[in-house]
Design a protein around this ligand. Sequence first.
Ligand code: B12
Ligand code: SF4
Length: 523
Amino acid sequence: MNVLLCSMPDSFEHTPSMTMRMPNGALASLAGNLDPHHHVAVADLVLAQHDVPGTVRRLVADHQPDLVGLSVMTFQRRTAFQVIDLLRVLRPGIPVVVGGYDPSLAPEVYAPAASGVDYIVRGEGDLTFRELVRALEGGASPDGIAGLSFRRDGVMVENPPRPVSDLDREIRPPRRDARVLSGYTFIGRPIDIVETSRGCTYDCSFCSIIEMRGRNFHTWSVDRVIADIADARARGARAIFIVDDNVSLNVTRFQAICDAITRAGLNDVDYIVQAMTSAIAQSGDALAASMRRAGFRYVFLGIENVLDQDLAFLKASAKNARREGGRTVGNATTRAIDLLHRHGMFVVGGLIVGNPGDTRASIDANLAFARRYVDWPYIQHPTPYPGTPMTREFREKGLIVTEAVEEYDGTTAVVRTEHLEADEIEFLRWQAERWMKVRHLPVVVAHDPGFVARYGLRMLRHTFRGTTLRTWIGLESERDAFRRYKAIRRAEREYMPAPGPSGGGRIRATPPAGDPSPAQGRM
Ligand code: B12
Ligand code: SF4
């Protein structure tokens, strides 16, 4: 069969496509786990933001798919429906499969026949999708396929869930050669992604991972990880993002991976990873030194918040606790940052501001912390993704201000606090964060001078979009610039322009009639 797999084009404020266009790890993994005789084309539409409808048309014409699969995050839901509309115009009868976080955690949104979706793959998709394609090829019923929802007589039937996979035994390596678009980049370097494990045993209230797969941790062997990194590197990657949910759950294993990278001579690549502050702080110099030797450059730390009350709300106290002699002796964040800095790495500071009890002072405290300690801010607002415990709390407190999920991109404030309006929270973050980003520019110049020479001005313009000469010379307030920035963001979210004479394009701007609103169902 000809299978076309697409990820959605939508990106958000902290990952402007000019500097960061990453492959979606799910699609290459799905491709690698299909039976080898299928023709699979993987297309990350983030590489085609300038012309999504045209690219979809071309992909359909070039690959003549018998089946299309879409990977969807919640903030990409609206775009996904628009892409499905276009597919229905181009190939009316084609089976459409959706998977990823949004279809898994809000399947009811994709259930109405008007959604245009035929199959929903819930949770880990590699094996479910393989079995679905086998069933379609052989004309068999999808009845017994665990983890699948399928349409029968117009109604979406939900098969039982599939247990999480035993990675080494069951999940084959990704197929990067199935990608048909090019241009993945991280600040000018070709980038790829690698998984070494899946899952997490914590239960932070804002994170989708627990609802997605439960609390567990599964790993691949170090040898398989090194082979995968070597494959990515051989295909040209000079930056690699380790996308594990929480690689730092087992620091001994993580350090073994770092050392194996060095031994294999794969340390000429810039590595990026996300880690817990407690794990980094606890492991001291040994882990940090191994990471640096292996080429780790940016470490995203899930600091979440610097105030205890907020950490408690986010259920992120334990993962940020500093422990000595078996006792908690404070917060691990500054120690983790100090260690990473001492070993020459940069900290991407993940903070969440705008929690229910937040005041201007508590948000300011977090912004001041970021200003002082982190190299690159990755500050977000709590976002009510389907199925998270935090979403339930925000809903119960009546603090969610919009159900327009295309705004659920993490940097658009879609909830208010008990003391501040959503817009005010976003303004405070936006105003502070731009300058923190500018501060990191010299580091980027030193590492990637060619890229900065080419794109530096555009990067600055992007960071300060909304700001005009009038703002700089004080003829208008920063709030005017912020309003303009918000309008630009709204426009940026439109990836599917209105239909032209050739048809296609935006057919429907809102989710299909008959959908439960996100307020219903599992949100
Ligand atoms: C790596 C990562 C990123 C990277 C790269 C994203 C990319 N290019 O895809 C970066 C840092 C850029 C990123 C950014 C964002 N991310 Co992110 N990210 C992740 C992370 C850590 C791992 C995702 C991954 O690659 N996993 C490995 C692959 C193999 O697993 P998978 O994606 O789950 O895919 C499997 C199944 O879902 C399924 N599947 C997936 N798609 C499809 C499609 C089909 C057809 C089928 C059949 C099956 C299927 O099968 C796959 C294989 O088993 C997750 C999870 C986490 N713990 O935080 C968050 C996560 C996916 N991100 C999330 C969000 C919200 C974002 C942001 C919007 C904001 C933010 N929090 O940073 C931005 C926006 C991204 C953008 N496009 O601009 C949310 C999504 C929540 C939701 N309900 O939508 C998650 C779950 C984190 C969370 N907050 O809980 N992210
Ligand atoms: S530690 Fe990270 S992956 Fe684990 S539940 Fe918390 S935010 Fe999610």
